[in-house]
Write a protein that binds this ligand. Structure first.
Ligand SMILES: [Zn+2]
Length: 325
């Protein structure tokens, strides 16, 4: 039985997780010396290249695809332009954050199959743009899902990718269900030893700028912190920083708005100071990601990964040697 997930609306954020940076280790191929290093390596899966970054001193099974009990995994799935983040808990449960464009359905389905995902503890939609919401209904239909969440943004405008029938189906099959709730700043999803703290938005801004209302999530597991910034932009960043109550420093940043130049401003990068930055992006006519944003992240000391060049990107975290392996 997996953990019971408690969701609490909190006025203050949970503190007390260690800020110590974990060590990195190279995953060694079978038969090779398991020398400790401070590098990462590619792994080729059936679908695509996957980076494995092992943030631990302990040794993991060198068998590709082996299950690592006790590890937290974050998979930034290459679904073209858009976001789809699969998180595997140390206990073996799954959360999916965003679902990409409708065209990404096959890629998403294949990735779930490859990873053996048949049910989700939580499906979280950060905001209702079509490159995030595109497969929400399909995922809802095909997987067993315990909890549905989004930011509550009223979907009152459409573009060619966000059709009225699609929105109607989303309203009925997602928001219309008893297991659906709206998340807002101060909420926290307890997921066994993992927590997902909602940092943004406190309340929806009554603006057409839906990106600034994106759910911003701080994921914590023992000493590891990942800030998942959806399509958060500088407008939202400024407001969040103004609150000044949240420690944003993180090991990993899912870069906001596909690396666009209207997000990931200097003050935000300084506050987060990520060691690793992931840009979820595919072919687009807007020139994303912005070279300026990439340079800003690199100058702050981050190693930048991007799904359009690196394929699906996976991170795996083991808190200490004492974990099962
Ligand atoms: Zn987007």
């Amino acid at each position: 039985m997996r953990e019971i997930m408690n969701v609490q609306r909190q006025t203050s954020l949970r503190q007390g997780f260690g800020g110590q940076a974990p060590n990195i280790e190279r995953r060694t191929p079978p038969g090779l010396d398991k020398a400790k290093t401070s590098h990462f390596q590619f792994r080729t899966s059936n679908l695509t290249k996957i980076f494995l970054i092992l943030l631990t001193l302990s040794f993991l099974s060198p068998v590709a695809g082996a299950q690592d009990e006790g590890a937290l995994e974050l998979h930034f799935i290459d679904i073209g332009y858009g976001d789809a983040i699969l998180i595997k808990s140390p206990a073996g449960g799954y959360i999916l954050i965003d679902t990409g464009y409708p065209e990404a359905k096959q890629k998403l389905t294949s990735y779930f199959k490859e990873q053996g995902v048949t049910e989700l503890d939580h499906l979280i939609m950060t905001h209702p743009h079509p490159d995030h919401l595109g497969n929400a209904v399909a995922v809802r239909k095909n997987l067993k899902i315990k909890r549905l969440w989004d930011n509550g943004q009223t979907i009152d405008q459409f573009d060619e990718q966000l059709t009225k029938p699609m929105v109607k189906e989303y309203e009925e099959r997602f928001r219309g269900r008893s297991d659906y709730r709206v998340l807002k700043a101060g909420d926290s999803i307890r997921w066994g030893d993992v927590s997902l703290e909602i940092l943004w938005p406190p309340d929806l801004l009554s603006s057409r700028d839906w990106n600034s209302n994106s759910l911003v999530i701080m994921l914590r597991y023992r000493g590891f912190k990942a800030l998942l910034a959806a399509d958060f932009n500088e407008r939202g960043e400024r407001e969040l920083l103004k609150k000044g109550t949240t420690n944003l420093s993180s090991d990993l940043l899912k870069v906001g708005h596909h690396g666009a130049g209207d997000a990931t401003g200097p003050a935000f990068v300084k506050a987060v100071s990520p060691r690793w930055a992931v840009i979820s992006v595919g072919a687009n006519l807007r020139g994303y990601p912005s070279p300026l944003v990439i340079r800003r992240l690199e100058e702050a000391g981050a190693k930048v990964f991007r799904t359009d060049r690196d394929g699906s990107i996976s991170f795996r975290y083991h808190p200490d040697d004492g974990m099962e392996k």
